[in-house]
Design a protein around this ligand. Structure first.
Ligand SMILES: *[C@@H]1O[C@H](CO)[C@@H](O)[C@H](O)[C@H]1NC(C)=O
Ligand SMILES: *[C@@H]1O[C@H](CO)[C@@H](O)[C@H](O)[C@H]1NC(C)=O
Length: 129
């Protein structure tokens, strides 16, 4: 997969659509931006491994209106999807993803969890297997 900024733009567009899809039900459903609890600073993922992205559900509203999707940001510039769209409310604070094998090992990876507008986590490291 080629990493392009258009992927991040696509993610933002996807999100705008999903957030705006049901304005009439906004009173009963709350948009939610969960706080990422893994990966955080000091986390090391290994190429090709299976890992959990986790987030706090402490502030989860009763009814969550927005879906979830996990994006990997590379050097704060390029982005690729780590997950398909999923049911954020049903995910229970984690989603399991596979670290792509074709990434360049480095220390400036970040996970973006959509969410409403998208929460970006701190930089962490992806290492060679
Ligand atoms: C959650 O959704 C249900 C069903 O639409 C509704 O009855 C309830 O009032 C909502 N709760 C909140 C806190 O919005
Ligand atoms: C992800 O978290 C779930 C729930 O805690 C756990 O069952 C599973 O083993 C975890 N997977 C990995 C790869 O850590």
């Amino acid at each position: 997969m080629k990493f392009t900024t258009s992927l991040l733009a696509s993610a933002l567009a996807y999100l705008a659509v999903s957030v705006n899809a049901a304005p009439a039900r906004r009173s009963a459903l709350d948009v939610w931006d969960p706080t990422i609890t893994s990966p955080v600073a000091g986390t090391v993922w290994t190429l090709g491994s299976t890992v959990n992205v986790t987030w706090s559900t402490a502030d989860e509203p009763v009814n969550v209106s927005n879906g979830g999707r996990i994006v990997l940001a590379v050097n704060q510039f390029e982005a690729l999807y780590l997950s398909p769209p999923f049911n954020l409310a049903a995910a229970d604070g984690f989603f399991t993803v596979t670290v792509p094998e074709n990434l360049i090992p480095g220390g400036d990876y970040q996970v973006v969890l959509f969410g409403d507008s998208g929460n970006i986590g701190p930089s962490f490291t992806i290492a060679a297997a």
